[in-house]
Write a protein that binds this ligand. Sequence first.
Ligand code: SF4
Length: 296
Amino acid sequence: MTLEELMNAPAPASGWVLAQDCAETGLDPREIRTEMARRIGEMRASIERGLKTEVKSITGMVGWNAKGLWDAPDVLGAPLLRRVQAYAMAVNEENARMGRIVAAPTAGSAGTIPGALIGVADHLGLSDERLVDPMILAAGVGKAISKRMFISGAAGGCQAEIGSSAAMAAAAVTELLGGPPRACVHAASLALMNTIGLVCDPVGGYVEVPCVSRNAFFAVHAVSAAQLALAQLESFIPPDEVVTAMAQVGRLMPAELRETAEGGLAQTPTGLAVTARMEGRQEAEGAQGMIELPMA
Ligand code: SF4
């Protein structure tokens, strides 16, 4: 499946993805829809848990951001923006606490789709049932991307991981809001095109900084892409060519910027201090059993 084929499929785009999936797997459409509804339920549960707690992650770098934003005054008068950001961070902070999340497509990018899609749905008062087909489309977009490009930070930088999730989310939000297949795929392409070059440089090698806030930013990025596409703005570079360009950039990216924690934010003095502290903690735990060290 290519994005070009998806763009030219009969509406709705999710229906075409579902038909392809059924043909490939032999599953009944109801089975796929039921499973997708279950995953949406898991996404929502991780949002709800994440918005209520301030329990720190294993390193102490994150854990309170989602609740902090959710409880803060809406100073911008932009409730959708705050909701999308808080939902995305809630999921990724759950991930950082080793909680249960739905990888979409990876754990590091798990907050982008629920942040954007469930955030928009809740803002508009739409039921979770309405999200099943857009989520099927998101899966189809992810599959089309993965055929040409890596979807992990280790392989292609954060552009591959967060770029894929933002593209999937952008297509899903576009379909949720009534966009035709062409607009859905252009939303995905716009999201991808404007993520090219993003490196993977997690502090200490933990999926916490910049990952938690990055999901908040890219969930909003996905909603922005949907807004442009729904206004019939399109990606100048054809969607499949954008995917190929991103894959090429990923191949050109040095290993230091592909989840090794050997470059970027991970190599700042603060990033190195976190690494040293966590290494010391691991040694101490190894020698004395589980002990708790305070956050520096
Ligand atoms: S910085 Fe790396 S680990 Fe963090 S979300 Fe991006 S790809 Fe994943």
